[in-house]
Ligand binder design. Structure first.
Ligand code: 5RP
Length: 237
């Protein structure tokens, strides 16, 4: 899993763990090739004797945690002081697109439940506005035809593609499908998220806003910098 070392991703993941994770904490652990490095670092800290527990955001992360002997906890089984996750896009106001790995529902649950939410990315993820990356929607399969009809009525000719193949759709850890919606530039993430979730059958969108406490950008030279926020939306917590 993610054996191809990317020094910038590793720098972001390691920096997040060093700066925000303390012995005794319960930590939310994200999904993907950047979060991998944070997970790996948490594993190393546990191997060195620290008592950290983790809430994994996907079965993929759960498998990795088990491999690294990281003790697991259910969501809010303990207070979760921090969560660390990657992102597909980060806007200047720290709104995000997530779900490239299909784990958006659990990732959002962890982001909402934790006390501090730390996002780890590399430079190409920083965008002036969200939307170049297709927006993932988690959709209940039974309702999928209705979601398609409503989506077309509300969003006209915005292209929406079910992830996977015709015969083998991508199935999330919750037994749902992912629809990737090609909106292009998204100017108002909270309004779009609300409009999407109004459609019965859309369980979650990959739009995250007002949740992030810190964005760390990993650099190829092995360092990581904090990204300054340009306020726009009201922070929800
Ligand atoms: C998974 C995610 C990931 O955080 C996102 O796709 C970024 O992944 P990577 O660090 O591999 O680019 O949202 O659902």
């Amino acid at each position: 899993m993610f054996e191809n070392e990317d020094p910038a991703k590793r720098a972001a993941g390691y920096a997040a763990v060093e700066r925000f994770v303390r012995d005794g904490m319960c930590v939310g652990l994200g999904t993907g090739s950047t979060a991998y490095w944070a997970i790996e670092r948490v594993g190393a800290r546990i191997a060195a004797g620290e008592r950290i527990t983790a809430v994994p955001t996907s079965s993929e992360t759960e498998t990795l945690c088990r491999k690294l002997a990281i003790p697991l906890a259910q969501l809010l089984e303990h207070p979760m002081q921090v969560a660390i996750d990657g992102a597909d896009e980060v806007a200047p106001d720290w709104s995000l697109i997530k779900g490239g790995g299909g784990a958006l529902f659990r990732e959002k649950a962890v982001a909402l439940a934790c006390e501090r939410y730390i996002v780890i990315v590399t430079e190409p993820k920083l965008v002036p506005a969200l939307g170049r990356f297709p927006l993932p929607l988690e959709v209940v399969p039974f309702a999928a035809p209705y979601v398609r009809r409503e989506f077309a009525q509300r969003f006209g000719n915005v292209e929406v593609v079910r992830r996977g193949t015709e015969l083998q759709p991508f199935v999330t850890d919750n037994g749902n499908w992912i629809f990737d919606a090609h909106f292009g530039r998204i100017d108002d993430p909270p309004a779009l998220d609300a409009a999407l979730r109004e459609i019965h059958g859309v369980v979650a969108s990959g739009l995250f806003y007002g949740m992030v406490d810190e964005v760390l950008v990993g650099e190829a030279n092995g360092t990581a910098r904090s990204l300054a926020i340009t306020p726009r939306t009201t922070r929800s917590r």
